[in-house]
Design a protein around this ligand. Structure first.
Ligand code: LHQ
Length: 259
């Protein structure tokens, strides 16, 4: 349910239940988790590219999985979040390697919010982001309320979440929710080129940069200055820093090894 391929340091993870718009069943949850875990564990992986197969990116939870018409006790969706979504979200944020997301089509519910949790998001011009939760009586999850409120502020966050109105890719880019919208036909090539160039980058420094920017959500300027000092100290001892400066002085392209 999630295709994996490793190419020149880029681990591509492709959500692959196209006839269900890549909505999540348990198997796909675990397969995505395993892919991100591989990115943590495998030093050959220096960037991740997340995308979907078919015409959609991801329609969130597979709503056919639990049919209320069949009766039985109400499901514990908190348990679903604890077991499936939240560990994956945390793994993406904790991964000290860049995660590029190529949103190839509609991203609804948790599908949209998983995209927003990635580091650099490109979307096909035809893609839309939908906080579909309000239509079925749920609240936005998978970090959606946190990301929307922080990135957009309350007025836009509330309107998107309360109305479930689709947000076109271009507008998502204008509002700063994603990096950019690109022509549909160019999406995969552009996202792959970006992920490849990140994978050829100074992985340790990029990972520390990701950590710092995420930390800024909860630190004071004073604390952040100390964190920057600590991370810079670490980066300054890396082989890639020595290579970067040497290459600059020798007027050539650096060859980073990710260390
Ligand atoms: C689907 C789905 C889907 C199953 C399309 N499930 N089949 C967390 C905690 C625990 C539980 C609850 O959830 C969560 C987090 C969440 O993500 S809640 C939000 C769940 N997602 C939604 O509510 C979105 C539901 N889908 C839609 O609103 C539409 O399908 C969108 C707007 C995404 C796309 O619309 P269209 O382009 O018109 O496509 P379609 O509706 O015709 O869908 C194509 C097929 O995919 C269709 O199957 P069929 O056999 O009729 O061709 C859909 O039934 C299936 N599909 N989403 N989430």
């Amino acid at each position: 349910t999630v295709l994996q391929s490793l190419n020149a340091g880029v681990l591509q993870l492709t959500l692959n239940r196209p006839d269900k718009l890549n909505s999540f069943n348990e198997e796909m949850h675990l397969a995505l988790r395993a892919g991100i875990q591989r990115a943590h564990d495998d030093a050959e992986v220096r960037a991740v590219l997340l995308t979907g197969s078919g015409r959609g990116f991801c329609a969130g939870q597979d709503l056919g999985d639990r049919d209320p018409r069949k009766g039985g006790p109400a499901p514990d969706l908190g348990h679903t979040l604890d077991t499936f979504y939240n560990p994956t979200l945390r793994l993406i944020r904790a991964l000290e390697k860049p995660v590029v997301c190529a949103v190839n089509g509609v991203a609804a519910g948790a599908g949209a919010n998983i995209a927003f949790a990635c580091d650099i998001v490109l979307a096909a011009r035809s893609a839309k982001f939908i906080q579909a939760f309000a239509k079925i009586g749920l609240v936005p999850d998978a970090g959606g309320t946190w990301n929307l409120a922080r990135i957009l502020g309350e007025p836009r966050a509330k309107a998107l979440a309360l109305t479930a109105e689709p947000l076109p890719a271009e507008k998502a880019a204008d509002w700063g929710l994603i990096w950019k919208a690109v022509e549909d036909a160019d999406l995969l090539a552009e996202a792959t080129a970006l992920a490849s160039s990140l994978a050829a980058g100074p992985t340790l420094g990029l990972g520390l940069t990701k950590r710092l920017i995420q930390a800024a959500a909860t630190t004071s300027l004073d604390e952040q200055l100390d964190l920057e000092r600590d991370c810079q100290r670490t980066a300054g001892r890396s082989a890639d820093y020595a290579e970067g400066v040497t290459a600059f002085l020798e007027k050539r392209k650096p060859e980073f090894r990710g260390q």
